[in-house]
Design a binder for this molecule. Structure first.
Ligand SMILES: NC(=O)c1ccc[n+]([C@@H]2O[C@H](COP(=O)([O-])OP(=O)(O)OC[C@H]3O[C@@H](n4cnc5c(N)ncnc54)[C@H](OP(=O)(O)O)[C@@H]3O)[C@@H](O)[C@H]2O)c1
Length: 325
């Protein structure tokens, strides 16, 4: 099968497209013919050996795929050949086939195409867990989303609006903010040309945002903590800017706010039943037409480096997807 292989750590151009042996199947496993792979920020880090998971070389990156089950291993009951499924692979997904635990496969939501399915679970799963379980977002509250046109950010914008919050989307270009409006943002802030802290205060009558969703870190976090409402919740999602911010904790005292860590991957393993309820809720919202996942670019497998640079160069709006067939 064809696969993108990381033979030595480095930037996207060091990846190679190779013909390799398909992965072996075993008891409890299922083989999936991959139709599409989601490109996620961790893929840009794992190939540089800068991510929390460090697979041994050589390995294939790609943490999320959608495809069709072509073979099941001994003892598998819940999944059958022909099922359309999503697999969260950690790595190994930028390939024509993956083998995954059959019990962990997610049925594709009704009516969803492969490209959409390949970019759905991590983004919407993270953002629902962040806003619901971690942020306790309530109807009528103000939600400020940083990096709002990115993968997890745009999902947070949509889900925040569905949950009845007034969503303020903050991003680096007007083009990105226009997409955020199409996906439910009531207000927007261009943090390249506007002051994030001052503008958020203006838009909230001086109070600040009740919940802040931060997938960016760095300077955006430094401003955001200064425009959070009394008893607000600042959700720590990620550090796409490349800088993990440091917090003078007197600010948390003065604002009476909570700094809330969000680690969706750990949540799926530690609280599988709650995660299954979230997954079902997302599938229902999708089938009701309340979620409209946005794909800004689709590349063939051999262009994996270009797809990764789409994220690194901040070009993506919503998702970038690789297709394999
Ligand atoms: N905690 C969790 O469970 C969890 C789950 C999934 C992802 N994450 C993390 O969330 C973050 C976003 O992931 P994603 O897949 O949504 O990525 P993405 O689609 O690339 O979005 C990241 C956004 O960050 C902004 N950004 C600011 N400075 C940047 C820089 N120097 N390079 C790249 N982007 C920059 C960009 O928006 P502007 O151009 O508008 O600033 C971009 O849209 C990552 O740190 C990822 O590891 C965390």
């Amino acid at each position: 099968m064809r696969a993108i292989v990381c033979e030595q750590h480095g930037p996207p151009e060091s990846l190679v497209l190779k013909e390799i042996d398909p992965p072996e199947i075993g008891p409890g496993k299922a083989r999936v013919a991959v139709h599409a792979c989601g490109v996620n920020f961790p893929d840009t880090l794992i190939i540089e050996n800068k991510y929390q998971f460090k697979p041994a070389l050589p390995f294939t990156p790609g943490g999320e795929v959608a495809g069709e089950v072509t073979e099941v291993g001994e003892g598998v009951t819940g999944v059958k050949v022909g099922d359309r499924v999503i697999a969260m692979t950690g790595w190994g997904g930028f390939a024509e086939e993956v083998v995954a635990d059959a019990g962990a496969l997610i049925p594709m939501p009704e009516g969803m195409d492969y490209a959409t399915a390949a970019g759905f679970t991590m983004t919407y799963g993270t953002s629902l867990y962040a806003l619901k379980q971690r942020g306790q977002l309530k109807k009528g509250e103000t939600l400020l989303v940083l990096g709002a046109a990115g993968g997890v950010g745009l999902a947070a914008v949509e889900l925040g609006a569905v949950m009845g919050a007034r969503v303020i989307a903050a991003a680096s270009t007007d083009e990105k903010l226009a997409v955020c409006r199409e996906h439910g943002a009531a207000e927007t802030i261009n943090y390249t040309t506007e002051n994030l802290k001052e503008r958020t205060k203006e838009l909230t009558g001086g109070l600040g945002a009740d919940v802040i969703y931060d997938a960016v870190g760095g300077d955006a976090f430094d401003q955001a903590i200064r425009c959070i409402n009394w008893q607000g919740r600042l959700l720590i999602i990620g550090f796409a800017s490349g800088r993990i911010p440091e917090l003078p904790v007197n600010l948390a005292l003065l604002k009476g706010c909570q700094i809330v860590g969000v680690f969706w991957g750990a949540f799926t393993g530690r609280e599988p039943e709650e995660n299954a309820r979230n997954t079902a809720e997302l599938a229902k919202l999708y089938s009701e037409g309340k979620l409209k996942p946005h794909i800004s670019a689709t590349y063939p497998l051999e262009k994996a480096a270009d797809a990764l640079y789409g994220l690194i160069n901040r070009e993506a709006k919503g998702k970038i997807i690789l297709t394999t067939r």
